[in-house]
Design a protein around this ligand. Structure first.
Ligand code: DX5
Ligand code: ZN
Length: 226
């Protein structure tokens, strides 16, 4: 089943609980939380204290996408704050295997993220340990960027590898997902779909989430076109 993971990066930070509620009512089943440190990416966002508050606002899994250097130091804090899934960037982790273990040891689902310039095949040896792989379809750091079509090949390659090695990690895609791009992402093999600006930009989060999810389900063959 495809699932929608609304990214609160594009929501009004003064009203995050409302944003989460609207996303949930629109059919979102995962809340995507973008953590940026001003070093790994040129932007600063939120950290464990905000995750702790979000934890009180929803029972949905909190999918924390860490765009930070040295993530190991903060993993206990995310666990304590109530994060469910934690993804770390391949490009930020010198000892990725150790970091993924650390996430799992803290009772969270470990995941790895790759930037558009990083090859999927670099992940082969650690695929058995991850709950999901997150493919960035924009360069991380900001919401509202344009989808990069060449990243579709990465999704297809991951689907092939999952089959070849008989694994069951999920494939998440993040960046530029909107009505005009979501179907091709699903057809390439993604099953967790992150969307920020397409959901929160115009004040109609619930309806936006609903129609994105509908388009994704049609593309996945889970729903008949209306
Ligand atoms: C970008 C973040 C994304 C961001 C996506 O670095 O990782 O999760 O919220 O935003 P849109 O959907 O607007 O591209
Ligand atoms: Zn993200």
């Amino acid at each position: 089943m495809v699932e929608l993971a609304p990214s609160i990066l594009s929501a009004d930070f003064a009203h995050l609980a409302d944003a989460v509620q609207a996303a949930e009512q629109g059919g979102g089943t995962i809340i995507h939380v973008d953590v940026m440190d001003g070093h790994f990416v040129p932007n600063l966002t939120i950290g464990p204290p905000v995750v702790r508050s979000l934890r009180k606002a929803t029972r949905l899994p909190l999918d924390c996408h860490l765009m930070i250097e040295h993530p190991d130091a903060l993993i206990p804090d995310f666990a304590e704050a109530g994060a469910d899934w934690v993804s770390v960037h391949y490009e930020a982790c010198r000892h990725l295997h150790r970091t993924l273990h650390l996430i799992a040891e803290h009772g969270m689902k470990p995941a790895v993220v790759i930037n558009p310039a990083t090859r999927v095949d670099l992940l082969i040896d650690i695929l058995p340990m991850v709950h999901h792989v997150l493919v960035m379809s924009v360069n991380p750091g900001f919401g509202g960027q344009q989808f990069l079509p060449f990243t579709l090949d990465k999704i297809r390659r991951l689907r092939e590898l999952r089959k070849e090695y008989r694994l069951n990690f999920r494939i998440e895609v993040d960046g530029g997902i909107a009505q005009d791009t979501i179907a091709q992402v699903v057809q390439a093999g993604a099953d967790l779909l992150v969307a920020g600006s397409a959901i929160f930009d115009n004040g109609h989060a619930e309806q936006n989430a609903q129609s994105l999810l509908r388009t994704a389900r049609v593309a996945a063959g889970e729903l008949q076109p209306a």
